[in-house]
Design a protein around this ligand. Structure first.
Ligand code: SF4
Ligand code: SF4
Length: 181
């Protein structure tokens, strides 16, 4: 140990430095945000609570293809479908176990129809797991509550929507890109 180190210990230099810093900070403006009184708008494209896109006719856009469930690394998307009388696929149940989600947004990227989104809403908590088990109705109402108007438009245009409007051919779907041949 050098003489300098001994002097530092004897005269409590580090403690005085710390106290000086504390004293200086007492006279500066606080930088802490007083949440929840002071809120900040989440940035566009923030990955919050899930929603299913509702078409203008009021129905879910999801067709039950299952790509989102297949790609989900947490395996927290459950889809149950059946066949209608006119041989069309019907999405009977679409459920997301939100507490298992890691918010990777692979489901959003994989969906060829832009039918599932992550909304900017992050203030959700509950005392029971059931409340955070999102069924189709809850997911559609999340769309109504958190993604109306310009917000939804910006979400797709800036972040997730495939650049071409054609969702029907594989080469225009992000999930198939680079897999041909
Ligand atoms: S964000 Fe990721 S983990 Fe969450 S549901 Fe989508 S694919 Fe699964
Ligand atoms: S990938 Fe899209 S259309 Fe297919 S089941 Fe998932 S949300 Fe529905």
């Amino acid at each position: 140990m050098t003489i300098k180190d001994i002097a530092k210990k004897v005269f409590l230099i580090e403690i005085f430095k710390g106290m000086a810093l504390t004293l200086r900070m007492m006279f500066t403006h606080a930088v802490t945000r007083q949440y929840p009184e002071e809120r900040r708008e989440p940035f566009p494209g923030f990955r919050g609570l899930h929603a299913l896109v509702r078409n203008p006719d009021g129905k879910a856009r999801c067709v039950g293809c299952g790509l989102c469930a297949a790609i989900c690394p947490s395996q927290c998307i459950n889809i149950y479908t059946s066949e209608s009388k006119d041989h069309k696929k019907v999405v009977d149940r679409y459920e997301i176990e939100v507490l298992r989600c890691v918010y990777c947004a692979f489901c959003v990227e994989a969906c060829p129809f832009g039918a599932v989104v992550l909304t900017p809403h992050f203030e959700y908590s509950d005392y029971s797991r059931d409340a955070l088990y999102m069924d189709k109705e809850k997911l559609l109402s999340n769309w109504d509550k958190f993604m109306t108007g310009k917000r939804a438009e910006e979400y797709f245009e800036r972040f997730w929507r495939p650049k071409l409007e054609d969702f029907t051919t594989p080469e225009n779907q992000p999930v198939f890109r680079g897999k041909e041949g």
